[in-house]
Design a protein around this ligand. Structure first.
Ligand SMILES: Nc1ncnc2c1ncn2[C@@H]1O[C@H](COP(=O)(O)OP(=O)(O)OP(=O)(O)O)[C@@H](O)[C@H]1O
Ligand SMILES: [Mg+2]
Length: 283
């Protein structure tokens, strides 16, 4: 049986810095099944975005590597679409044109009508067809994020990579988008890797939660399998003891096992992005 889909093997990375190489990741091993929804969680600065960027092909691992469906990842590709936290839409293009641009890159040779149909289909998935002619500056943050997701989905990626996609949104909008994402994932069955700081989000959405140790030389600390039946409903789960057990496991990992104690002096250095990580979004 060859169930291999997305494999990270002994992934490590050293970043050059003025003080010499900085080992951000070491020995990251992860086997992800097709259609699996994986969350990456860990303290600020531990290396989550770096893992995602290596899978995206934006960074090259110093050791080890990533294989997707038997092909080594060496550069970015349309089969691995990325959704960033800051929705990165092109500000001079309308909602429609932003998605169309991505579609034109992947559906080469299709007719105008076919392209239009596909763009509209993906905007429908995120309930944004009402705003196709608006510019990004004319829609809300949550809407921009939805367009970013539509753009990524329109590329029909095998793997959807999301770096804190809902981090900048208010709680209600975030909940709506989480629900849409669960529906879309159930429909399309893409493999998803999502970075989050939100423990509830991780438990609600994931098949497995990959918890990372603190850096430097961060790695996979523990992996929690979330065996809650789907479709999942946040209101029903709120009183579910199993759900609360999973939540508790993640919180214990973050605040006991990988407790982050930073000397005040470390915050002054400013060389490390995650230096002031007393923020506890997860709480
Ligand atoms: N290009 C780079 N050069 C040098 N160091 C880097 C570079 N990119 C990341 N790092 C360092 O690697 C570590 C991991 O960074 P990364 O951005 O992956 O963390 P993160 O877990 O995504 O944090 P956050 O939750 O704050 O987004 C940090 O110590 C960061 O300073
Ligand atoms: Mg990050």
């Amino acid at each position: 049986m060859n169930a291999k889909h997305l494999e990270l093997t002994q992934v490590g990375i050293d970043f050059p810095t003025p003080k010499g190489p900085f080992t951000a990741l070491r020995d990251v091993n992860l086997n992800i099944k097709k259609g699996e929804f994986i969350s990456l969680i860990g303290h600020s600065g531990c290396g989550k975005s770096t893992v995602l960027n290596i899978v995206a092909g934006l960074h090259q691992a110093t050791t080890g590597g990533v294989i997707l469906d038997n092909v080594e990842v060496k550069e970015p590709g349309p089969e691995r679409a990325v959704v960033f936290q800051n929705h990165s839409l092109l500000p001079w293009l309308s909602v429609y044109k932003n998605v169309e641009l991505a579609v034109k890159q992947t559906l080469r040779g299709k007719s105008k009508a076919e392209i239009r149909e596909w763009v509209m289909h993906n905007l429908e998935l995120v309930h944004m067809t009402h705003a196709i002619d608006k510019l990004p500056s004319e829609i809300s943050g949550g809407m921009k994020q939805r367009v970013g997701i539509a753009r990524a989905l329109a590329m029909e990626p095998k793997v959807l990579l999301m770096d804190e996609p809902f981090g900048a949104l208010d709680a209600l909008t975030r909940a709506h988008l989480q629900d849409s994402l669960m529906e879309i994932h159930a429909d399309l069955g893409n493999t998803v890797i999502m970075i989050t700081h939100d423990v509830d989000e991780a438990v609600l959405l994931s098949d497995r939660i990959v918890m990372m140790t603190n850096g430097p030389a961060a790695t996979v600390g523990e992996i929690l399998e979330v065996n809650l039946p789907r479709p999942r409903n946040r209101l029903v789960l709120a009183d579910n003891p199993e759900y609360n057990h999973y939540r508790h496991e993640v919180l214990t990992f973050l605040y006991e096992k990988q407790k982050k104690v930073e000397p005040v002096s470390a915050r002054k250095s400013g060389t490390e992005k995650g230096a002031s990580s007393s923020k506890t979004d997860a709480a």
